[in-house]
Design a protein around this ligand. Structure first.
Ligand code: NAI
Length: 222
């Protein structure tokens, strides 16, 4: 049985990704924040050390991410650092440890959940967009460095997705305004994102690597 490690697998997009892998017969490892706090690089290293110093998995999905909306003029270095740690440093560390195990088997898949805000942005997203653009870059670097080990690394860039959080943070009017900006006229679903993640992060993918795939109902095409 193949094993996948998913960060932030308890809700939203991560939960849908976990369900997708489970339905295909994979073992899913998805530690909660109490077990693995991605905002602390030392805690990530300690988690790996507690598990034998290696992340023994066939696929890794770096899904957890935070998007604290703060304009540049008010952005404290601590806000900037927190988003760097969760959205970029944790994926780097987990990639390194997972790739070590994958390389021994000569097979592995890594999918990073980025965002369409890695290509465009809105006010208040300076830190978020910077981390996601850097995650796209890390995706390409890892694809280049680990290609000969049979490890394929890609990023998925969702547009506006109807997660619980999106619905909680936006009034019905705001949700309607978001949908009006999307050529398909609606939010994406976590299951639609999960389907693409699973395709890239499983045996279905044998030759796509180093790519950033946008899944946004056409939002960025305008
Ligand atoms: P969410 O807020 O529902 O879930 C995020 C997950 O990350 C949660 O399970 C949370 O516990 C985990 N997490 C956050 N900080 C953590 C920490 N310090 N340690 C461990 N876990 C932590 O978010 P959602 O919407 O499901 O997003 C998942 C990914 O998709 C994120 O990387 C986000 O940036 C990206 N994304 C989401 C979009 C959307 O419309 N929902 C659009 C574009 C990208």
């Amino acid at each position: 049985m193949k094993r996948v490690f998913i960060t932030g697998g308890a809700r939203g997009i991560g939960r849908a990704v976990a369900e997708c892998y489970r339905a295909a017969g994979w073992e899913v490892v998805a530690p909660g924040r109490d077990e693995l706090d991605l905002s602390r690089p030392d805690a990530v290293e300690a988690y790996i050390a507690r598990h034998g110093g290696v992340l023994e998995v066939d696929a890794l999905v770096n899904n957890a991410g935070i998007n604290n909306i703060i304009p540049i003029r008010d952005l404290e270095l601590s806000d900037w650092q927190l988003m760097q740690d969760v959205n970029l440093t944790a994926p780097l560390l987990l990639t390194r440890h997972a790739a070590a195990a994958m390389a021994r088997k000569g097979w592995g898949r890594i999918v990073n959940i980025s965002s369409c805000y890695s290509f465009v942005t809105r006010g208040g997203r300076a830190a978020y967009s910077a981390t996601k653009a850097a995650l796209n870059s890390l995706t390409r670097s890892a694809a280049v460095e680990y290609g000969r080990d049979g490890i394929l690394v890609n990023a998925v860039c969702p547009g506006f997705i109807g997660t619980d959080l999106t619905r909680k943070n936006n009034s019905p009017e705001e949700l309607a305004a978001l949908c009006a900006q999307v050529p398909l006229g609606r939010l994406g679903t976590p299951e639609e994102i999960a389907g693409l993640v699973f395709m890239l992060g499983s045996e279905a993918n044998s030759y796509i690597t180093g790519q950033t795939l946008v899944i946004d109902g056409g939002y960025l095409a305008q």
